[in-house]
Ligand binder design. Sequence first.
Ligand code: GLY
Length: 428
Amino acid sequence: MNILIIGNGGREHAIAEALLKNKETERVYISTHNGGAHERIINAELPNNDIASIDKFLAKTQIDLVIVGPERFLSEGIIDHLEAKGIKAFGPRKSAARLESSKAFAKEFMEKYQIPTAKYLRYDNYMTALSGLLEFGYPVVIKADGLCGGKGVSICQNEKEAVQALTDIFHNRIFGDQGAEIVMEQFLSGFEASLLCFVSGNKIYPFDTAMDYKKIYDNDLGPNTGGVGCISPNPYWTPDLDQQSNEIIRKIEQGLAEENLGFTGILFIGYLVENGKLYVLEFNTRFGDPETEVLLPRLKSDLLTNIMQAIEGKPVELDFADNNVAMTTILVSQGYPGKYETGYEISGLDLVDPDILVYHNGTKQIIDANSDPKVKVVTNGGRVLSVVAVKENLAAARQAVYTNIDKIHFDNMSYRMDIGKIIDNYKN
Ligand code: GLY
């Protein structure tokens, strides 16, 4: 079987390696370029990262299954498009992908099916949105309705910040049409938990939990990123939260069936735990990044089999190791999530311990005829490498990750030192 994965980051690299564990998988193609490519993970190097380029590639290459990583393609309806051409594809159709691509749609769904979430109001113009500020007080959360590459959420501490956020969205149109509407919502404080689930035939099959570290600096300081560290299972998850989550999942299943969304794919429930109570912050309709890098190494069932079960609307026989912990710290380019430089050679990848996984988030292979070896790997993004350890407990995983990071080098390398450190006030 030949599989095309759309996307090219650490998430896609982790999916590709997991698919290769199935002996039916011959080759996995990455739609653009991932520096971790090898003889069975092949860079398709599509010149334009768009549906037309994908179509051209599919016309000349025998591909049996397409798996979609990034939300943008799902919101553009790539699954509907591929299905119409008779190509097997894994992910939700455009109508179901709205659970991620429209914050307002997701909040309405939560409200209708009594899924606990922060109180919210919707606005489509600046003046009425200003009046909404009086309803919430501060801090208040302002979210652009559409997809904004992780930049569409502002937590405003005071009126000045809130007015600025509304001005940027409605007057300066920094998110274009993705900000034509906003969701304004109550600020909840606590810790976050990620729960990825397979959805097949409107039934939900959850993976184990994970905890994403979104801020760039230690102690959760600095701006938000795409995620710079992750642990699975989430160390603060309790049996009581599990019970609350199961109730929420039943309500989501009811909603998916009643709305006739025909959801097939991954539903990623972004939870927030405030004083022991679980709230849904957001839905994503795809694998999370970096969650995938710590979840897939703990999967005991076969990923390709699980994906095919979901596509065929069958029960997904997901099986997880329950006696281990996976942790990743992501090595980033200094300056990320702001401006950063790329093109620095990465050394030491051959020195890491054999049981350590290194997924490539933003790297590139280049040929240098004058060097030995001739293929060099250089930095090519803000997030560069996910260094993952799977061990019997968090302390052992943490030690293995940081010991191995010491063996890797590139200029301007930066990373958080506190991934996996236990924070007492997160405990319930
Ligand atoms: N880790 C958050 C996300 O994938 O959006």
